[in-house]
Design a protein around this ligand. Structure first.
Ligand code: 0X9
Ligand code: ZN
Length: 301
């Protein structure tokens, strides 16, 4: 089983995902690619198997290495979707695709060398500076504002779109299921924000009010759990402009209408070093937010 009283290493999370797949017929596991250091990137599908493919929801975590609460929360939600009957409707109405950790090399590096590492661990030509910001590396409006061409920058976009095997693997896995996926959710920390497209521009998409409506439903349900308050809006309005992120790519390139980035707990008291004692509460409130948004989404289909 999996405990949520501490942060787990990459191997423990992947083993847990594989175990669930081995013991529960509704869960399957596959590798969707390999990181630059050779680690497998795992995808879990939860599907109750009555008939063919249903509308699906995609969730991923751990794009940024140091944001440990992200893989922990995604794993918590996965665990609850599999084991808690209160969420049966969500598994009956949707297939769920879940990648607990995208930046697998960076995640391990934060456990072994540098707790605050953010980027991937691929070496760059002509410099000792390592890594690309995997949330500036996606191929929609790549190179735009809020990204850098300097390999030594924390927001280095990489030499070209999808230069990183990790972002490329996830993009290909999403594209292969693009007609099925109705919502894309990606989990970061910290700041307690429910971010709506776009991030690359201050302009709002034409369907902004529909995206905002579902975002507000999620943030309200999240807050009603333990009182944790989220702000809902686009990144340029409530955070900063930044092009090349997975959320903009999911909407702009993959055509997934509902695309959100959640910035989880906290607002800066502990920041990236959120104590493990907050994993279950963060997982539970985020699950309730996601569940409320998913139920509202289902009514629109
Ligand atoms: O800058 C980011 O990538 C995210 N914030 S974080 O502190 N976790 O690094 C915000 C991402 C919002 N979406 C895009 N910029 N596309
Ligand atoms: Zn992040």
């Amino acid at each position: 089983g999996m405990s949520f009283t501490r942060y787990h290493r990459y191997n423990e999370i992947i083993s847990y995902a594989k175990q669930q797949a081995a013991r529960d017929g509704m869960v399957s596991y596959q590798s969707i690619g390999t990181s630059s250091e050779g680690r497998e990137i795992g995808l879990v599908k939860i599907s109750d198997g009555t008939g063919g493919n249903k509308p699906a929801i995609w969730m991923d975590g751990g794009i940024h290495a140091r944001e440990w609460i992200s893989p922990a929360t995604v794993t918590y939600i996965m665990h609850k979707l599999i084991t808690d009957n209160n969420y049966r409707d969500l598994v009956q109405n949707f297939d769920w695709y879940i990648v607990p950790i995208i930046n697998v090399d960076g995640y391990e590096y934060t456990h072994t060398r540098d707790r605050l590492w953010r980027k991937t661990r691929r070496t760059n030509q002509g410099t000792h500076c390592v890594g690309t910001d995997p949330n500036r590396n996606w191929g929609f409006k790549w190179g735009g504002p809020g990204s850098s061409g300097d390999p030594c920058s924390e927001i280095y976009r990489g030499p070209k779109p999808f230069s990183e095997p990790e972002t490329s693997a996830v993009a290909n896995a999403v594209l292969a299921r693009r007609n099925q996926i109705k919502m894309y959710l990606t989990f970061h920390s910290y700041s307690q924000l429910w971010l709506l497209p776009w991030s690359y521009t201050r302009q709002r998409p034409s369907d902004y009010s529909e995206l905002q409506r579902l975002g507000l439903i999620g943030a309200r349900a999240l807050a009603s759990t333990y009182g944790t308050r989220y702000r809902v809006g686009s990144a340029p309005e409530i955070l900063y402009e930044a092009a090349g992120g997975s959320d903009d790519w999911a909407k702009g390139s993959a055509g997934i209408k509902y695309s959100y980035t959640l910035e989880l707990r906290d607002t800066g008291t502990y920041g990236f070093a959120l104590p493990a004692s907050q994993i279950t509460a963060t997982g539970e409130e985020t699950l309730r937010g996601v569940a409320a948004t998913a139920r509202a989404l289902h009514k629109t289909l």
